[in-house]
Design a protein around this ligand. Structure first.
Ligand code: NAG
Ligand code: NAG
Ligand code: NAG
Ligand code: NAG
Length: 361
């Protein structure tokens, strides 16, 4: 894609101008120059690269057809047919390998020099909901991050580890499961909170998370907004709405949340000296792809490529080839399963993220 190349060129220019030549301490896999020393991810299935494979949770993507278009056509735990948006981001930043899932055996030794991934599908800001999903709560993800820092200091030395922690790109993806797997299903939660109030609560947790991460040394933080929840195939198939197009009430909820997230990020920037923080707007790129699919080469924007006829609440199955079936060409689909974008859509999202995220690097 042309724009993709242009972004890469722009970033390389930034790199050259700033003479930011971080070479990752002789790590054989990563001897080339990268725009940040490491990428560290927290949150949900938007960025989970396999932590849930090691957990007793129903939210797993370690079976085909997940990963069918990934390296070696292997499922990894990523909730996509191929790469996630963060995988594309890492590539553009110059990485030749992806930061390992923290719970995986690969998360050791020099592999940790390029970062680590703490994310867990089904996780989110509302810790009660996360616990009932048997996913890793954000508070626990931060505890793992502390352990990671200790390991990093042993591998890289104290001084180098401190500069890696200081200069790394931190990515947080959360909020979708809070709404799609919890709020909309949970009558007592809906009774206790309006969507606005629930958003206030979630964004409060977000703010505490960022403060804690800042306290642990994080300085360049990118957080993804909510996607257009009402356009996810799940909104239609699982909640039984018969509206044509996207379900506007869910989209409104997402936008209310996103506005609150934006103002919270602005406040955090004022409060925390040296913090660079960006909200990646993934709502609009996905919404645009759903509304104008042909612009991006998509043919199907409503159904996921891989579907399941069962409710995500009862079975947690978002894609089950035996129950639903898999489309023949996932590049023509905006959505891979009933919640997650296809690799092709993730590439569109990552381009938008990079344009918005230049301030972080
Ligand atoms: C951390 O990074 C900032 C720039 O983002 C720099 O000004 C500061 O000196 C760095 N601190 C350490 C300890 O590396
Ligand atoms: C619904 O939400 C309430 C209030 O947060 C919580 O106590 C309860 O466990 C939730 N129910 C389910 C099934 O997750
Ligand atoms: C949040 O801010 C970004 C950039 O600053 C903007 O593109 C986006 O539209 C904003 N979102 C909302 C919901 O205000
Ligand atoms: C899949 O669809 C994409 C986008 O429409 C197209 O470029 C590609 O050639 C298709 N691949 C196959 C094998 O048909």
């Amino acid at each position: 894609m042309g724009i993709y190349k242009k972004i890469r060129e722009a970033l390389v220019l930034v790199l050259v101008l700033s003479v930011y030549a971080t070479v990752n301490g002789g790590n054989a896999q990563e001897s080339s120059t990268t725009l940040v020393p490491a990428v560290i991810s927290f949150g949900d299935s938007g960025v989970d690269v396999g932590n849930n494979n090691y957990l007793p949770t129903p939210f797993k993507a370690n079976f085909l057809p997940y990963g069918k278009d990934f390296i070696n056509h292997q499922p990894t735990g990523r909730f996509s047919n191929g790469k996630l948006a963060v995988d594309f981001t890492a590539e553009i930043l110059g990485f030749k390998a992806y930061a390992p899932a923290y719970l995986s055996p690969q998360a050791s030794g020099k592999n940790l020099l390029i970062g680590a991934n703490f994310a867990s599908a089904g996780s989110g800001f509302d810790e009660n909901a996360v616990v009932s999903n048997h996913a890793i709560p954000l508070s626990q993800q931060l505890k793992y991050f502390k352990k990671y820092k200790t390991k990093l200091a042993k591998i890289a030395g104290t001084k180098k580890a401190a500069s890696i922690v200081n200069d790394s790109l931190y990515i947080l993806s959360a909020g979708t499961a809070d709404f799609i797997q919890s709020y909309y299903f949970n009558a007592s939660l809906r009774k206790a909170y309006t969507p606005q109030q629930y958003s206030n609560y979630l964004v409060g947790v977000f703010s505490s998370f960022v403060k804690e991460l800042y306290g642990l040394g994080g300085r360049r933080i990118g957080v993804t907004s909510l996607p257009p929840l009402g356009c996810l195939p799940a909104a239609k198939t699982l909640f039984g709405f018969h509206e044509k197009g996207c379900y506007s009430r869910f989209n409104n909820d997402a936008q209310v949340f996103n506005e609150k997230l934006n103002s919270s990020a602005v406040n955090l920037k004022k409060q925390l000296p040296g913090l660079k923080i960006v909200v990646f707007d993934i709502f609009n790129p996905i919404y645009d792809a759903v509304k104008s699919p042909s612009k991006y080469g998509f043919v199907e924007a409503r159904r996921g490529c891989c579907t399941s006829k069962k409710s995500i609440e009862k079975t947690s199955v978002l894609c089950n080839p035996k129950l639903g079936g898999t489309c023949s060409n996932s590049s023509q689909y905006v959505f891979w399963d009933s919640v997650h974008p296809s690799e092709a859509a993730n590439q569109v999202v990552s381009e938008a993220m990079l344009l918005q995220g230049i301030a972080l690097i």
